[in-house]
Design a binder for this molecule. Structure first.
Ligand code: ZN
Length: 417
């Protein structure tokens, strides 16, 4: 029976009373090399022969008085069983969909992979899938809905529930975050709702929308013609989008998609490439303040370099023209320097337009092709936030992402979705 199971598990030694057993990738051997059982990373043992049973099903290593395992788990990380700390035992449902086991405080998947630890007070830490062996302690911001049923380490029955605040249980994490960020979501029509969800989805799924909202503020509609929040480089906290401009933008997005090319009537035949992603753009201004100094300087430098190239290849058509956007002759559209004409106006707008473009698949593809350096920074923002965010935001972001990955909210192919 044991022989038929695939060998995957810890490697090391079990001391159990007078017995000294070898463990090789989960298979437990007596000194005469006869197979006597199977050990999993989470400390569950299938006993098949003396001195381990045989017993039906699985036992925890804690159930074998005095038994100890020392070695490494299937990932090669140090493993001591029982662990130094104990904790509850039972079933844990994470994010309403991921069914986990808790064994004396060790949180494991159904196939026995270790994914975290739980204490008797309900505190949860999860392993960061990107940094093997690193545990991230969750708090009310990073923890997803949790239901536990079982016993505490002292044996008393225990039921525990954690629910996120202001969270609609019929919606996913990312939908909830979009609704919290965009305050007027219930006051816009269906097309506008879809637009907001569509263009904020990536940032919400990656946890970035939440971290930036907590640091900077939310977004809503108002009457701020040509103002928006993008008073360039001035920290304004919340974003206010002009209602009429927002409505126009959604209409253009529906009709033309993320990009459109508009003729400059006063300067025929010049055209300007335009992005219809105002919500993600304004969010980009908030995100700018969450970037490290080094990354902000890098963006400034990238903008200046592009500006020089654009000035040389696509000089403004008239000396008294002060719009600041990159204007193009139709035949130059394909070799434009900036992702959108507006990106030329300042490094703040250059960045905000990049965040806008990156929000949707077609924009990411265009950014990757036209501006691979800023595209790379955006990839880092989503996938390697510790390299680009301000130091004070990194821990919150990494804990949240570890939690989102465990909860099935942040897939590995998030940028391909
Ligand atoms: Zn702006």
């Amino acid at each position: 029976m044991v022989e038929t199971l695939k060998a995957r598990g810890p490697t090391g030694f079990i001391q159990f009373g007078p017995h000294y057993l070898t463990v090789d990738h989960g298979r437990i051997f007596r000194p005469d090399m006869s197979l006597v059982g199977l050990l999993h990373d989470d400390g569950l043992i299938q006993g098949a022969a003396d001195p381990l049973g045989p017993w039906p099903g699985l036992k925890t290593i804690e159930e074998l008085p005095g038994a100890q395992f020392k070695g490494i788990d299937s990932l090669g990380l140090q493993l001591h069983l029982p662990g130094p700390a104990s904790g509850p035992t039972g079933g844990l449902l994470y994010n309403k969909k991921v069914s986990l086991n808790v064994i004396f405080g060790r949180i494991a998947t159904q196939d026995h992979r270790r994914v975290g630890e739980m204490a008797d007070d309900g505190t949860i830490s999860v392993y960061d899938q990107r940094f093997p062996g690193v545990l991230r302690r969750l708090d009310e911001n990073s923890q997803l809905s949790t239901t536990f049923q079982g016993i505490k380490s002292n044996g008393t029955p225990w039921q525990h529930e954690f629910t996120r605040s202001i969270h609609r249980t019929d919606k996913t994490y990312w939908e909830n975050e979009v609704m919290r960020y965009f305050e007027d979501i219930e006051r816009v029509n269906q097309a506008q709702r879809l637009y907001v969800f569509d263009t904020l989805r990536l940032y919400a799924m990656a946890g970035l929308l939440q971290v930036v909202r907590k640091q900077e503020g939310v977004a809503g509609l108002g009457n701020v013609k040509h103002g928006a929040a993008g008073v360039t480089g001035v920290r304004s906290g919340n974003v206010t989008l002009d209602r009429v401009e927002f409505e126009n933008e959604v209409g253009w997005y529906k009709k033309f998609g993320a990009f459109m090319h508009i003729p400059i009537t006063a300067l025929r035949p010049y055209i300007e490439s335009r992005l219809n992603l105002v919500v993600a753009h304004e969010y980009g201004h908030q995100l700018e303040f969450c970037l490290s100094q080094a990354v902000q300087e890098k963006i400034t430098e990238l903008h200046q370099r592009r500006l020089r190239t654009a000035d040389r290849l696509h000089p403004p058509p008239a000396s008294d023209f002060e719009d600041g956007a990159e204007l193009l002759l139709p035949q130059h559209l394909e070799e434009r320097i900036f992702i959108s004409g507006y990106s030329r106006t300042s490094w703040h707008e250059y960045w905000a337009e990049a965040v806008g473009a990156f929000a949707v698949p077609v924009g990411r593809a265009e950014l990757r092709k036209r501006d691979p350096e800023v595209y790379q920074i955006m990839c880092d923002v989503i996938l390697r936030p510790e390299q680009v965010l301000r130091v004070n935001l990194q821990e919150a972001m990494l804990s949240l992402q570890a939690s989102l990955r465990l909860g099935g909210e942040m897939p590995d192919n998030i940028l391909e979705m």
